[in-house]
Design a protein around this ligand. Structure first.
Ligand code: GLN
Length: 529
């Protein structure tokens, strides 16, 4: 049977609950324990798939095609466990399940209520990995005190009652702000948020205190006294050198040892410091490389979380610091911004805003032979660029941006044309692609078939494949021989664009070959400048 760690957050959002949870998970994993993580988001959307990046940041895609919170990306990168639908829950999806059951008549005779029907469904989801892992870590999104997160906290309270306090603990992530005029760290917000938790019947066993300054013993004792948590379980969580250093910071404060003790677990191995050492070494690379990420959400870095991480992983693998320059393809003078870039990446996106800037960016990368990686919309724009500028099809477009274009080089499949509901109906999750012999893709991956995650509705229209091939843009990966998955140029040192999202599969110790290839090509270009 699995043990459970409930991660809650207090005072403000964006404290990095996901990183804290994933770091605890990593440490338990380094103790030889099997861990999985579950995210609960208290909003009413069934999933974040229909939300704007301005609302939500990146939408992470699981292998089985769920659209999920970006914290699942941290979970995957820290634990190296592939996430699935069972790892992501929203209030909307929980209500949907309960309401569907009600309509089927499964509660005949009953009044369907938050307690017990909604909370039962939440508990069912909390226990999704009960028989598979030693520890399930459950992160409850939002901040304690929010109306929306109440049913989740109530379900956590019930779970602890049912399974017993030795099997379920709560770790509360909170803020200890520094007030500059008083030159003091303040513990009151933490005291209040722990009180809020207590009001709903949850006693935290450990407090992760986000702080800008070191927490003195005196402050730890004060927090301990007011929040009823042992002093050693008041954990200082200052901004780390990188997110991958957080597990080491926690290890030094014996977070894993304390949790193992609280839950009565038996470690299966001694923590090997190799993981920590790898990231310490990665902090002092001997080289650097500048990569321009050209999209329309440039001011919102959470929108490109997995992309940034994948670039960093590839940098670490090549002893290089990756300087990421975000280029706003809607507002910036792209040519000016791209001048100093050693490599260019165009990420995925939706809607026509900024597309002209993306096309100009691709033209620049193609003509100036700057290493280039296009992802999803980035591949679709690559196709449009070549059609317009090399085939003379001046009207060429995606029907997403111009439904009446004379040359729909990117278009919906007949199946997508019939879609009415927008939620969860894109081409989502894992699909295979067969790689052409002799292609760059085949060389980079070192195999002839790959499986990658998708999230898109539109496709490179196969009717234009031949015409574009004649200009040097060839398809090097196909899904079941019918859908183009990868395009690349033969007259360029590194120019490849893919319909899928390789960024989701990158791991700190196992960078994705397409990102690794971009960094290698960028470094080479820099050397030869
Ligand atoms: N908007 C494009 C489509 O739906 C690309 C999506 C993406 O980049 N993820 O096909």
């Amino acid at each position: 049977m699995s043990k459970f760690i409930i991660i809650t957050g207090g005072v403000v959002s964006s404290l990095g609950k996901g990183i804290s949870g994933a770091s605890i998970g990593k440490l338990l994993q380094l103790n030889g324990l099997k861990v999985n993580m579950i995210k609960c988001d208290p909003y009413i959307n069934v999933d974040p798939g229909t939300m704007s990046p301005y609302q939500h940041g990146e939408v992470f895609v699981t292998t089985d095609g769920a659209e999920a919170d970006l914290d699942l990306g941290h979970y995957e990168r820290f634990l190296d466990v592939n996430m699935t639908r069972a790892n992501t829950n929203t209030a909307g999806s929980i209500y949907q399940t309960v309401i569907d059951k009600e309509r089927r008549g499964e509660y005949l005779g009953a009044t369907v209520q938050v307690i017990p029907h909604i909370t039962n469904e939440i508990k069912r989801r909390f226990t999704a990995f009960e028989n598979e892992v030693d520890v399930s870590i459950i992160e409850i999104g939002g901040t304690v005190g929010d109306i929306e997160s109440l049913p989740f906290l109530e379900a956590a309270r019930q779970l602890r009652l049912e399974k017993g306090p030795k099997n379920v603990i709560c770790v509360h992530v909170t803020l200890v702000p520094y007030i500059a005029v008083a030159q003091e760290l303040k513990t009151k917000p933490t005291q209040h948020s722990v009180n809020k938790l207590r009001e709903v019947g949850i006693e935290p066993s450990m407090l992760i205190c986000r702080t800008e300054k070191p927490l003195s013993l005196h402050l730890r004792e004060k927090i301990s006294l007011f929040c009823s948590v042992p002093t050693q379980a008041v954990i200082e969580c200052a901004d780390a050198k990188s997110i991958y250093h957080v597990p080491e910071n926690f290890y030094k404060q014996k977070v894993d040892e304390q949790i193992i003790d609280l839950l009565g677990l038996t470690p299966k191995q001694k923590v090997d410091p190799k993981w920590f050492e790898f990231f310490d070494k990665a902090m002092t690379p001997s080289k650097s490389v500048k990569i321009a990420v050209a999209g329309k959400y440039s001011e919102l870095q959470d929108a490109y979380k997995s992309i940034s991480e994948a670039l960093r992983h590839a940098g670490m693998n090549n002893d290089a610091k990756v300087e990421i320059v975000f280029v706003n393809t809607e507002k910036d003078n792209v040519e000016e911004k791209l001048k100093t870039a050693d490599g260019i990446l165009i990420p995925g996106g939706f809607g026509g805003r900024g597309v002209d800037g993306k096309i100009a960016t691709i033209k620049y990368a193609r003509e100036h032979k700057i290493p280039f990686l296009g992802i999803c919309l980035g591949m679709q724009c690559t196709v449009i660029e070549a059609a317009r500028n090399l085939c003379g099809l001046h009207d060429a477009n995606s029907t997403e941006f111009d439904p009446t274009t004379k040359d729909p080089v990117v278009d919906l499949t007949p199946q997508q044309k019939n879609v009415v509901y927008k939620g969860g109906t894109m081409r989502l999750g894992n699909y295979t692609a067969d790689l052409e012999e002799g292609s760059l893709a085949r060389k980079l991956y070192g195999k002839d078939q790959i499986v990658e995650r998708h999230r898109h509705r539109y496709e490179f229209n196969p009717a234009y494949v031949k015409q574009l091939r004649d200009t040097g843009l060839k398809v090097s990966g196909w899904h079941e021989g019918v859908l183009p998955e990868i395009v690349e140029r033969t007259d360029h040192p590194y120019f490849i664009a893919v319909q899928f999202h390789p960024e989701f599969g990158s791991r700190p110790l196992r960078p994705h070959p397409l990102f690794d290839g971009l960094i290698k090509a960028g470094l080479k270009r820099k050397e030869n400048k």
